[in-house]
Design a protein around this ligand. Structure first.
Ligand code: PBG
Length: 324
């Protein structure tokens, strides 16, 4: 009979051994909490497909930011839901736009947390696409001008970092140059560098009211079949001046996170997107999964794959577990 000489189980024998040799850990330092801000006062409108998430008016947003900070989380990522949408996405870069006002309020009342803003146009266009439409498709170069103007308006409002997510060619370079020329050279860019055309954004589009009214996003977001192309996209963003590279979604793309980690020496972020969140919530609600364990295991896997930063709707819940 064969018996092994080397026995890996020796170092799994008890909790102390397991902790001693643990390779990856999760901390509140790694997590960013996304929040949705909407017009009005006293608004806290539940998002059906994302239990525990809400569209918040600025007064309630401020409370949510304060709660987030008290849990030890360092950063929030803001998405705006404007009252009016138009072809030109004018709400995206308006000085008094919803995100701009939200940022100013947070920076005024709760300055001690990093405010990151999503820079995209889909929440602000009447057609729901991430840019300017010409001849039935999103036109790249006029869009990056608007994205740059939007990023600048966020920086002027006091955003600590901007996160462009429209997947337009050259958007990082355009934003970097615009920020620099206006004196915002110290504001970093977290680029949604490898963002896939994923069905896992479904619940978010309900949350942000940003579903495209026709067609899809496949002419700008990446084909889920491609990995080498993600490296190309990230290389371009590094050259154009990105400070942090993001892979999105996270769990179906852990291989891309790993490749990004090995290929680049910049911090890597991963977006644990709405669909990844909602799947676990739905299964937990049915009693099919232990929701808390599934959450912690998912977040740990994303870290193990190589992400430094995880953007996740679980941030508050996970912080409560970590702070226990
Ligand atoms: C904006 C944007 C989207 C997400 C983040 N920024 C939606 C999209 O590209 O359709 C998705 C986030 C999530 O699903 O949690 N373009």
């Amino acid at each position: 009979m064969y018996f092994p000489d080397y026995r890996p189980r020796r170092l799994r024998k008890n909790a102390n051994f397991r902790r001693m040799v643990r390779e990856t850990n999760l901390s509140v330092d790694n997590m960013v909490y996304p929040l949705f801000v909407t017009e009005g006062k006293g608004v806290k409108k539940p998002i059906n497909s994302m239990p525990g998430n809400f569209q918040l008016s600025i007064d309630y947003l401020l409370r949510a930011v304060e709660e987030t900070k008290e849990l030890g989380i360092l950063a929030v990522l803001l998405f705006g839901i404007p009252d009016k949408k138009d072809e030109a996405a004018s709400g995206a870069f308006a000085k008094d736009g919803i995100v701009q006002r939200a940022v100013r309020t947070i920076k005024d009342k709760a300055p001690d947390i990093l405010v990151i803003t999503d820079v995209c146009l889909c929440e602000y266009t009447s057609h729901g696409h991430c840019g300017m439409i010409e001849k039935g498709d999103v036109e790249n170069d006029s869009t990056i001008e608007v994205l740059a103007e939007t990023a600048l308006s966020h920086a002027k409002a006091g955003a600590d970092m901007v996160a462009p997510s429209a997947m337009m060619d050259g958007q990082i370079g355009a934003i970097r140059e615009t920020l620099d020329e206006a004196g915002y050279d110290s504001i970093p860019i977290m680029s949604y560098a490898a963002k896939y055309a994923s069905c896992f954004y479904g619940p978010f589009r309900e949350a942000a009211e940003s579903a495209p009214q026709y067609g899809d996003r496949k002419s700008y977001q990446m084909d889920p079949a491609n990995g080498d192309e993600a490296i190309r996209e990230m290389t371009l963003d590094v050259e154009e001046g990105a400070d942090i590279l993001m892979v999105k979604p996270a769990l179906p793309y852990l291989d891309i996170i790993r490749r990004a980690r090995e290929e680049f020496d910049l911090p890597i972020a991963a977006y644990n997107v709405s669909g990844e969140f909602s799947m676990i919530k739905a299964a937990a609600n049915l009693g099919w999964l232990d929701g808390e364990k599934a959450m912690m295991e998912s977040l740990l896997s994303i870290r193990r794959a190589g992400a430094d930063i995880i953007i996740t709707y679980f941030a508050q819940e996970a912080a409560k577990v970590l702070n226990k």
